[in-house]
Design a protein around this ligand. Structure first.
Ligand code: AMP
Length: 441
């Protein structure tokens, strides 16, 4: 495969020649026809795979010269760094075209940006907040936007931009092409797609199974949640080694639960981030982690460095690769730890076979106490026959509100007894006495 096979045009070929690029990357090859077709597209590709050109090549090829002032293409990205980076990439690629590109982001003078917009543009690259402000101020006319690209959707949702995105969808013309790129498929990304996109075509490339050379991978076999917590207590005492540590968990509920436990011991060193937290809370957490004010971050997924601890084993091996890819990059060396339980046997085998290597298993440090308490998800499933609608997976504010209420209303002395013993409260009648029954005699 060669760029000539994509049937581009002379200005693009000249720009690619100047860059010294001859062969499309896999995501560029696969996305080209789909993006060109005008259908909605969801591309799964990480930074560094050439994803920017994957959407810009077909867009630029099909963007006719125009003298009109209002933008026709909108690219939304989560951070100002990315605005700068994407603008640079587009400028390189459109070097021999008369395309006008502008990048706008928050935290800078909006009036300068308004002036730049008034001069006319074709492609606008923006962070969601600043775009929305400009669109509301009416300096920016959005009616001519034909294509919306949302880059790094997963990060965008982690940072709490969901509502902002939805507001933006409302402003934009209904007849438009939506093109989304995400490094991972998460529940939040999936929800956004289902809610707002018309049966998009999916384009993804196989994640390389070769982990970065400078990541040392280690595994601990642990029986359950509370033992994992004990193991973390033990490991995280070493502040030198774990000076900037990202702990990945399976979902929001788990993030809150683990945060509560770690907070007992590492209050001043800890922050948490997931999509039920407010955007300000999240941005603050990331900032505190980035600057080193907090050395431990509990997250469902977010960009970061240094140590990565997979508290839960991801079911998709690609997600494991992506998580550990977040370490060992700019730093000298990274370390990725994974805690696996018996139920993760298949998942860990899949991860190891994707990488074509085995992760060494370490003995648990002697000081780690093996717990026999189980959290709800670890207990044998008990079916509630009379309530077919009950969803044990329900998370979010409603879930917490209900638990608080239950605590007051329908639980008697035995419940207080449990609290006293620091048990998790029962979620169904059936498993109320589980921990007590199974307690070591
Ligand atoms: P991205 O994944 O868009 O962040 O791109 C990663 C880097 O790869 C950027 O510096 C691009 O300029 C570069 N790049 C993009 N496409 C190609 C290609 N076909 N061949 C070589 N390098 C590329």
């Amino acid at each position: 495969m060669n760029f000539r096979d994509l049937n581009l045009n002379t200005p693009l070929y000249n720009a690619l020649d100047d860059l010294g690029f001859t062969t499309p990357t896999p995501i560029q090859e696969h996305a080209f026809n789909v993006v060109s077709s005008g259908k909605d597209v969801v591309g799964i590709a990480q930074t560094g795979t050439g994803k920017t050109f994957a959407y810009m090549l077909p867009i630029l090829k099909n963007l006719p010269f125009a003298t009109q002032e209002n933008p026709r293409i909108l690219v939304l990205v989560p951070t100002r760094e990315l605005v700068v980076q994407v603008v640079e990439e587009i400028e390189k690629l459109s070097k021999y075209m008369n395309t006008r590109v502008l990048g706008v982001y928050g935290g800078t003078n909006i009036n300068t940006q308004k002036q730049a917009i008034a001069e006319g543009l074709d492609i606008l690259v923006a962070t969601p907040g600043r775009f929305y402000d400009l669109a509301l101020s009416r300096v920016l006319q959005v009616k001519s936007i034909q294509k919306l690209v949302i880059d790094e959707v997963d990060v965008m949702l982690d940072l709490g931009f969901r509502h902002q995105l939805i507001n933006i969808f409302d402003l934009l013309p209904e007849r438009r092409q939506n093109i989304m790129f995400s490094a991972t498929m998460t529940e939040d990304v999936d929800d956004l797609i289902n809610d707002f996109f018309k049966s998009p075509e999916r384009v993804s490339i196989a994640v390389s199974g070769t982990p970065l050379e400078n990541i040392k991978q280690l595994r601990y076999e642990v029986p359950n949640f509370y033992t994992k917590v004990n193991l973390l207590f033990e490991l995280l005492q070493d502040k030198e080694r774990f000076n900037k540590t990202l702990i990945f968990v399976a979902n929001k509920k788990m993030a809150d639960r683990l945060f509560d436990k770690l907070d007992e011991r590492f209050h001043d060193e800890l922050c948490v981030i997931h999509s039920n937290k407010t955007q300000n809370y999240r941005l603050r957490s990331i900032e505190q982690f980035r600057t080193g004010m907090n050395r431990i971050l509990v997250a469902t997924d977010i960009m970061a460095r240094s140590h990565v601890i997979n508290f839960d084993t991801p079911n998709y091996p690609e997600n494991y690769m992506h998580r550990i890819g977040r370490t060992g990059r700019a730093e000298r060396e990274g370390e990725a730890l994974i805690f696996t339980t018996e139920s993760d046997t298949e998942a860990i085998e899949n991860i190891q076979s994707l990488m074509n290597m085995q992760i060494p298993v370490l003995e648990l440090p002697e000081a780690v106490e093996i717990s026999d308490q189980l959290i709800e998800e670890e207990r044998p499933q008990i079916k509630e026959r009379n309530n077919p609608d009950r969803k044990p997976e329900d998370v979010g504010p409603a879930f917490h509100e209900k638990s608080e209420k239950n605590k007051k209303e329908n639980l008697g002395g035995s419940y207080k007894f449990k609290i006293a013993e620091k048990y998790k409260k029962p979620k169904t009648r059936g498993d109320k006495n589980y921990n007590r029954r199974n307690k070591k005699k």
